[in-house]
Design a protein around this ligand. Sequence first.
Ligand code: ZN
Length: 249
Amino acid sequence: LPYVATRAIPLRCTDYSETSQVVALITPDMGQIHALAKGSRRAGKKVKTTPWQRLEHYDCVLSMRTKGNLHLLTEWKMRECFPIVHHDLPCQWTGYMATEIVLSCTSENVEDGKTYNCLLALLRRMQRGMDCDMARFVFLSRALRIIGCAPVTDHCVQCNGPLHGLTRFSPAGGGGLCGDCAHSDPQGTAISRGTLAILTRLGTQAGPPPSLRLTRGQRDEIQRAFNEQIQYHLGRPLRCGRFLSVFMD
Ligand SMILES: [Zn+2]
């Protein structure tokens, strides 16, 4: 069986037997994989092993089983840690949300490996002290693009014209609706043109300008739009979605 060396961020670590763990990992080259870390919880005398921890950054070696099966971790070492994700409450919840999205929306394939970079960038931004809301919005914007459900926010999805008038946000329609087309989705929610423009900036390669400051109202509108978009595509609300608004100030 082939051995593969890769980097990984654990999304979920579950105790298995007395001494081991089963971990769900996002990797750059294989997407989401599940693996057994034998003896990871054993207090070793000779070789010191430490249990896997979610949302840290690892180097590891896997003994690969057939696709979709539990692979075997043969070596691992933490290469980078993100204490803020475990100690700061808003960052913690942002971590939960990101984890839930990557767990729910990726599987074992190369293409989904792109979400690894996206998640790593989020963790690094939060650790560097970037505004947690902004870091989360940039992550959401890029992650939704990778998994193929980014909303259109730079023109009306119905008539392809500019977003003028009393604009709405319609996940079922695929994004923003202009005032003239707003009636096409009665479930759509009101969203300001300014917020749609910010959503567009968030989705660009360069990302939002460092000088961009968001008002409380804009933060709420942006998070709500993402929540609605994700809920529509997952077919259920995010488990942690309702907690996030509590921390936004
Ligand atoms: Zn329109």
